[in-house]
Design a binder for this molecule. Structure first.
Ligand code: A2P
Length: 278
């Protein structure tokens, strides 16, 4: 049984999910989805902007019965594109995601970005439209077509804007790793009961990925006879932060879900002190 976290509405979400950003092409999708399910992943994260929902939907339809899995065994997340912010647009986009994924409900649906496509960050329409999208998500949630709703890339001030909402976000999915600790945001999410979910846990939005080469990470990997990637994933999950490692390499796919070792409090603390941006 894979470790899971309970969201504020009681829905359980696996702590390790399979990320699919930039994984494209039917053949590649079919092989990574099969490898991920075989390795034990029970959570798949996608988004309308990734352009892979249809292929993921087909791959799931084919692989799940082969592996003896049913829909309720898998936790599926997708996200609203910044092109589709707004009350009606959001509803239509959600329906399209469901249709592309060939599902009749989603486990989690997130507003992918607080901003709206083609609007400048200081344009007040960003706020108006993302709040309209949130109102739509609340309706979709109440209709039962999605088990949990949330946001992605939201800062504290974006989250504060949702204080009036009848349903608070269950999840905020953001970049998080030892080079980007986002302490204030993490603390704020905790205080509001919003689950803090990490993308880029391996630090890969930074060029050439210095995090996997970091001497503290390598020292711990040697000490625990595991890989630097496993150390980084364990560091996050140990704090209750869910992770979404992405890979097209079958060995990495398997390795990223095998986090069967223990890091001491001292080891974990050493990683939290190497950040270059807190
Ligand atoms: P690969 O497909 O070769 O495994 P993201 O930050 O979007 O999750 O991207 C993860 C990146 O890290 C991918 O480029 C992936 O490349 C790489 N990666 C994933 N798992 C591992 C691992 N266990 N060891 C080294 N690199 C990894």
């Amino acid at each position: 049984m894979q470790e899971a976290v309970a969201l504020s509405n009681g829905v359980c979400m696996p702590l390790v999910g399979f990320g699919t950003y930039r994984i494209r092409g039917r053949e590649t999708i079919f092989s990574v989805i099969k490898a991920a399910l075989q390795a034990g992943y029970r959570s798949i994260d996608t988004a309308a902007v990734y352009g892979n929902e249809s292929d993921i939907g087909e791959a799931l339809q084919q692989c799940m019965p082969e592996l003896g899995l049913t829909r309720k065994d898998i936790f599926i997340t997708s996200k609203l594109s910044p092109c589709d912010q707004g009350r009606e647009e959001c509803k239509q986009a959600f329906s399209l995601s469901l249709c592309n994924l060939k599902l009749d409900y989603l486990d989690l649906f997130l507003i992918h970005w607080p901003g709206v496509h083609k609007l400048k960050p200081d344009d007040p329409r960003n706020r108006e439209l993302r709040n309209q999208s949130w109102a739509s998500l609340e309706e979709i949630y109440k209709s039962g077509k999605v088990r949990a709703i949330g946001v992605s890339n939201y800062t504290v001030s974006h989250l504060e804007d949702l204080q009036h909402a009848t349903v608070l976000p269950h999840v905020n999915q953001v970049e998080y790793h030892p080079h980007y600790l986002q302490k204030e945001l993490k603390q704020f999410c905790k205080s509001q009961g919003i689950h803090f979910q990490a993308y880029s846990s391996l630090g890969t939005t930074v060029k050439e990925n210095p995090l996997l080469q970091d001497p503290s990470v390598i020292r711990l990997a040697n000490k625990h006879s595991c890989s630097p990637a496993q150390i980084l994933l364990y560091w996050a999950t140990q704090q209750g932060v869910s992770v979404l490692p992405k890979s097209t390499n079958e060995e990495h796919i398997r390795e990223n879900i095998q986090l069967n070792f223990e890091l001491s409090t001292e080891d974990l603390g050493a990683l939290s002190n190497i950040n270059i941006n807190s």
